[in-house]
Design a protein around this ligand. Structure first.
Ligand code: AMP
Length: 199
């Protein structure tokens, strides 16, 4: 099963991805984490990525798609399927993704959309910035990231609704309860059931 977790910055994609990989044995691909790791290591890609990330802008599609193509080649990604966290973020990326999966004989099965009101997103990102020191979680960059989300990423909601792949989930509340809704939505959409609850 290949799924994408979709939502505004601060909507809880990372938190719910961790639960998804644990529950379904999927491989986590977070494009944001991958890029931050390159920045930390000071690679050439990291230097390019930093120019965009620090301004709250998206990395160019062709570069991002090439990176994803490489990651999907890893053995771990091919095994049980993946959780894409932060990709696709543009229609061009979504179209490319279809082709990347198609050439590997698979497809994107579902897109989980974490829906969270804007005020809550800002509060969460400010808090995360204070707790983790994440450089782009500052008020100016947050504003740009939300604008970018509305103009470039939000159209994907309709794109995947039309493809019958979009599963809306209320992203406000207790982490485990949000995950219960995700698991129920996935079962309904794909027939894949979660493991029996541990006691
Ligand atoms: P995230 O951790 O998913 O919030 O991503 C942090 C930053 O990394 C974003 O604000 C973008 O600058 C960059 N980024 C992550 N994923 C993508 C993507 N799919 N396309 C373009 N830029 C991305």
């Amino acid at each position: 099963m290949n799924i994408a977790i979709f939502g505004a910055p601060g909507s809880g994609k990372g938190t719910q991805s961790a639960k998804l990989i644990d529950e379904y044995g999927l491989y986590h691909i977070s494009t944001g984490e991958l890029l931050r790791d390159h920045i930390k290591r000071g690679t050439e890609l990291g230097r390019t990525a930093d120019e965009f990330i620090s301004k709250g802008q998206l990395i160019p599609d062709d570069l991002m798609i090439r990176i994803l193509d490489d990651v999907l080649d890893s053995e771990a990604a091919a095994k049980n399927g993946v959780v894409l966290d932060g990709f696709p973020r543009t229609i061009a990326q979504a179209e490319a993704l279809e082709e990347l999966f198609r050439k590997r004989g698979t497809e994107l099965h579902a897109v989980i959309g974490l829906e969270v009101p804007e005020e809550e997103l800002v509060d969460r990102m400010i808090k995360r910035g204070q707790e983790t020191g994440r450089a782009d979680d500052n008020i100016d960059t947050i504003k740009t990231r939300l604008d970018v989300y509305h103009s470039q990423t939000m159209p994907l909601r309709d794109y995947y609704l039309k493809e019958n792949k979009y599963i809306p989930v209320n992203g406000i509340g207790i982490v485990d309860e949000i995950f219960d809704d995700i698991a129920a939505g996935l079962e309904q959409a794909t027939g894949v059931r979660r493991r029996a609850k541990k006691r």
